[in-house]
Design a binder for this molecule. Structure first.
Ligand SMILES: [Zn+2]
Length: 168
């Protein structure tokens, strides 16, 4: 009886230790700092990497508006060497008019290569709107292609008080 009670206490202690350890680990996890890095294109442990695109390795788009409102778009596409044969890029400068994005200007380029990088000047834009670029690319491998659409950052080219042409 004495030994049985000893064993019971021992089990209780083990259980308490486990509960503390578990509670501690949950606490540690909750206090992890916010990580703003983009891991969307990396392998997450425990998950299979999903096949995303066949001929396109990475894409990049950016929009800048200088202080006078001159808009410049950048678009970069990286395919795979010996796989990707042609890249056609359509870049549309868009702005918010009321509740919707409308095209303001556009540019297109063709690269007979596995890599494409273009910068387009869209001229001076009017104050009072949100701006972005919509990038539609056709990435070829021989006669096959894939179409990918992606957007640049949004540029809020308006006063803080005027949100009539703002998506937020
Ligand atoms: Zn805005």
């Amino acid at each position: 009886m004495f030994f049985k009670k000893q064993k019971y206490i021992k089990n209780m202690v083990v259980m308490l230790v486990l509960m503390f350890a578990l509670g501690f680990s949950i606490n540690v996890h909750a206090e992890e700092p916010v990580d703003n890095n983009d891991y969307s294109n990396e392998v997450v442990p425990g998950f299979e990497k999903m096949a995303r695109w066949s001929y396109t390795d990475s894409t990049y788009a950016a929009l800048t508006l200088d202080t006078s409102g001159k808009a410049t778009g950048n678009c970069e596409v990286n395919g795979y060497q010996n796989v990707t044969t042609k890249i056609i890029v359509y870049t549309y400068l868009q702005r918010v008019d009321g509740n919707e994005w409308v095209n303001v200007s556009s540019a297109s380029h063709t690269a007979n290569s596995w890599h494409a990088a273009y910068q387009d000047s869209f001229g001076t834009q009017s104050w009072g709107h949100d701006y972005r670029t919509r990038n539609s690319i056709y990435v070829y491998s021989g006669n096959s292609y894939e179409n990918i659409v992606f957007y640049s950052n949004v540029h809020h080219y308006h006063s803080v008080g005027d949100t009539s042409n703002c998506i937020n």
